[in-house]
Structure formats: C-alpha cells, structure tokens
Design a protein around this ligand. Structure first.
Ligand code: ADP
Ligand code: IOM
Length: 355
C-alpha cells in the first residue's frame, strides 16, 4: 500500500519536474530511462528513489535536488548520482577514484587582500559523518541525542585556541540563535530544501554549535551533515584560516571515527559535498564586476568558482556582499580545493581593479 503511494508520488513528482523550467541537475539527469530503471529499487535500509529526489521534486529552484538518505544510495542509485557527481565536480567519472586526503603545505597560503579593499571575511569548512550512523532521514530521535552528546563531550577535549563550548539548539533563546545566524556563525532555521529531504525531523533535538572564544573555529552538529567543521575570521588571511582548520580537523579526527569511502572520499548527505568536503569562501565586494550579476557568475565559473548570496546558499546578496567559493570538492586534494578558491579570487580582484 505504502509502496504504491510512494510510486505514485514518484510518478507525479517526475512529471511535474520534467515539465517545469527547473535548472536543477536532477531535472537534467533524471531522464525517463533513468527514472524507469531506478523507480522500483531500494537500499538495504529501505530507502527509495523518492527518498533521494523528493527535495528536488518539491523545490524546482534547487541547484542539484538530490540527497543520499543512506551511504548505500550512492551505489544503488548510481545511474542518477554518477552523472550529477560528474557534472558538479567537473569531470569526476564513475571510474575515477577520489585522491587520498592531503592538506598540502599549510604555510603556503597568505592574505588574499592585503590592501583590505575587497575581502570582508574568509571561511573554510569541511563536513564529516560519524561512523555507525545513517544520514539525517534515517536517524532516530535517540540517535540524534546520542550523537549530540558524543560530539559535545568530545569537543570538550580541545585545547589552546580551539578550546570552547557546545551550545545546544534545544533551549537556546531565539535572540541568541538569530544573532548567531545574522553574524554568519550558525546554520539557518527552517531550510525548505532540507525539510523536503526529510532531514529536519525532531528539530531542534540533536542540533547544536560548538565554538571557541573568538568564534574562529566552529562545529555544527546535525544540520545537513553530522558535522561541519569551520574556520573563519574577518579579513582575507586565508593562510591563517586554513592552518586553523587543518589543526582542528587533525585533532578531532583523533577523537571521533569518520565515514570514508574508497572511491567517493569522505561521505556526506549531499553529493555536492563528497570527496574533500571542502568549501573555501570569501565574503567579498566587487562592485564593478558585480554590476552585472550574470557577468560575475560567468567570470567566477571560468575560475571554477561558485557565487552565493550573503547568507549562504539560496540567498541573495545584501549590500553588494557575495559569498564566492570553490565549486568542486572531488577529484582533487584538500589543498588543491582551497588553492582553486585562492587563485580564482586573486584573478577576480585583478579584474575588478582593471574595470
Ligand atoms: P555551507 O554549506 O558552507 O555551510 P552556507 O551557504 O549554508 O554554507 O552558508 C552558511 C553560513 O556561512 C552563512 O551564514 C554564510 O553567510 C556563512 N559564510 C559563508 N562564507 C562566509 C565567509 N567567507 N565569511 C563569513 N560568513 C560566511
Ligand atoms: N547541498 C545542498 N544544500 N544543495 C546543493 C541544495 C540544492 O540542491 O540546491
């Protein structure tokens, strides 16, 4: 009975997406043939194609529109995940293997904007999934609580500049929460893309944020991924931001076991984040280049960069502030992903100066 209703939801969702003007990768690659091949499949956890694509079916403005409800989905539903991975990560083929983790020379990066004219702040984040737990759609309320406990207890062990406190979303005042969001430290509330992916169940249970005293090292617990580890600070000193992230991740990795796949690298809920899971971004003002948003996006794409709004994915720029980051995270090393952003932003600043 349930199976029939999930099939009919799939059929109607697919028809509605196919006839829409959605620019999502799910629309591009979920052809009639692929849909037919996958609509009856299930992972051993019971996840169906609907569990993977329901966010993109409900939100035609998704960039991608697909999530893996469990790690096995990347294999069972490979005919839809593989082309999306190849497209998003610029040529990472089904036969390719993500390289081993390599942070490179952490002293090789410097300040992106020594003149302090363009870059407002710099952030590098990566994602990690805890071994032994499924992704959001399959987590029980008890698992959310257990994971939060594990993460908050573990992070108490951090020392020196990384030392800080864990703040649970449960019981956090709305004023404190909103201030953390407005200051770009905390994930937003009520993300409709995640809600439709069944990733916001039991909210705010199990969700929280750890940060050090200066809010330059932060860890998100159970938003889109089990963990997001973030290093950020005002200004353009990517070298300092990167070095802090590497130190922190190396430390946390000694304390918690993280899920890693031989071919896909570090495992994440969304295929856009697989591999290194690195998103290195700047908040930047490029008034001349951004006078034409389409031009900005075109030039950024030339350097393999992605443009987001001031409050992150699916938001608009406020006061001319854009979030520009490396787009691909797979098929290259951690250092190369960050360097891609470094080199691209250097070029964008050069172009802005010439205009
Ligand atoms: P992610 O997937 O990397 O977590 P989001 O697009 O959801 O990214 O953004 C999360 C938050 O991080 C948002 O508040 C966004 O403004 C903030 N952010 C991203 N890059 C920067 C940056 N360079 N400086 C300050 N805040 C940033
Ligand atoms: N990672 C995820 N939030 N995103 C790619 C959503 C989308 O499909 O737009």
């Amino acid at each position: 009975m349930l199976y029939t209703s999930s099939l009919s939801k799939l059929e109607s969702g697919w028809c509605s997406l196919a006839s829409s003007d959605s620019k999502s990768l799910i629309k591009k690659y979920l052809t009639k043939g692929v849909f037919g091949e996958l609509k009856g499949k299930k992972t051993s956890f019971g996840s169906t194609l609907l569990d993977c694509v329901q966010s993109g079916f409900e939100n035609h403005d998704s960039g991608v529109g697909i999530y893996a409800p469990d790690a096995e989905a990347y294999t069972v539903f490979a005919p839809i995940f593989d082309p999306i991975i190849e497209d998003y990560h610029k040529g990472f083929k089904p036969t390719d293997k993500h390289p081993a983790k390599d942070w490179g020379d952490v002293n090789a990066l410097g300040d992106l904007d020594a003149e302090k004219k363009y870059v407002i702040s710099t952030r590098v984040r990566c994602a990690r999934s805890l071994v032994g737990y499924p992704f959001n759609p399959l987590l029980t309320e008890a698992q959310y609580k257990e994971m939060e406990e594990k993460v908050s207890t573990t992070l108490k062990g951090l020392a020196g500049d990384l030392q800080g406190e864990f703040y649970r979303l449960t019981g956090m005042s709305k004023t404190v929460q909103q201030k953390l969001i407005d200051d770009h430290f905390l994930f937003k509330e009520g993300d409709r893309f995640l809600q439709a992916a069944n990733a916001s169940r039991f909210w705010p249970t199990g969700r929280g944020i750890f940060h050090n005293r200066d809010k330059t090292f932060l860890v998100w617990c159970n938003e889109e991924d089990h963990l997001r580890l973030i290093s950020m600070q005002m200004g353009g000193n990517l070298g300092e931001v990167y070095k802090r992230l590497v130190t922190a991740v190396n430390d946390v990795e000694q304390r918690l076991p993280f899920a890693h796949h031989d071919r896909l690298g570090f495992l994440t809920f969304c295929p856009t984040n697989l591999g290194t899971t690195i998103r290195a971004s700047v908040h930047i003002k490029l008034p001349k280049l951004a006078a034409d948003k389409a031009k900005l996006e075109q030039v950024a794409a030339k350097y393999s960069l992605q443009v987001r709004g001031t409050r992150g994915e699916h938001t608009d720029a406020e006061g001319g502030v854009y979030d520009i980051s490396n787009k691909r995270r797979m098929g290259l090393t951690e250092y190369q992903a960050v360097k891609e952003m470094n080199d691209g932003i250097t070029e964008l600043i050069k172009i802005e100066k010439q205009l």
